[in-house]
Design a protein around this ligand. Sequence first.
Ligand code: AMP
Length: 191
Amino acid sequence: MNLILFGPPGAGKGTQAEFIVDRYKVVQLSTGDMLRAAVAAGTELGKMAKAVMDRGDLVDDQIIIGIIGDRIDEPDCKGGFILDGFPRTLGQAEGLDRMLDEKGLTLDAVVNISVPDEELFKRIEKRAAETGGSRADDNAETLKNRLKVYHDQTAPVLAYYEKKNMVDTVDGLQAIDQVTANIVTILDGKR
Ligand code: AMP
């Protein structure tokens, strides 16, 4: 099973991805995690991405599409994958479609975790306090920009998949295990 876990920053995509990985034996492909690893390793990509990420802006589409394309070719993705934090622009969504076509793969589901902005601010402030600011982009200022970027550039991706009738939306204000239960119902229905 290949799926997209969609939603604004702080919606709980990472938390839900962990459950999905366990239950469906798929791998989680988080572009945010990959970029943070590149920053930590001090690679050319990391050096380039750091300033962009600290501002809450988006890294270039072609770079991101290249990273995901290489990762999907690795053997552990054969059993299926969850895309977490990708695609984030229409260009990435179109690039993904082309890439999957070329690789003879299909998308089975797009699960959208819906959470209003006021709640996201609360959550990110809590996360910033809990992690002691270890994520440079977990502060109110950057979050504001990340939400703007989400509404301007990423929300159209949802419309793109809605047109294809592929989106299932889950209420992300529910308790974590209720969100998981809803996702399981959706994904079991696709198997
Ligand atoms: P995330 O952990 O998914 O919230 O990503 C953290 C940051 O990494 C984002 O704010 C962006 O700067 C960058 N990033 C992650 N995924 C993407 C993507 N698909 N396209 C562009 N930039 C991304």
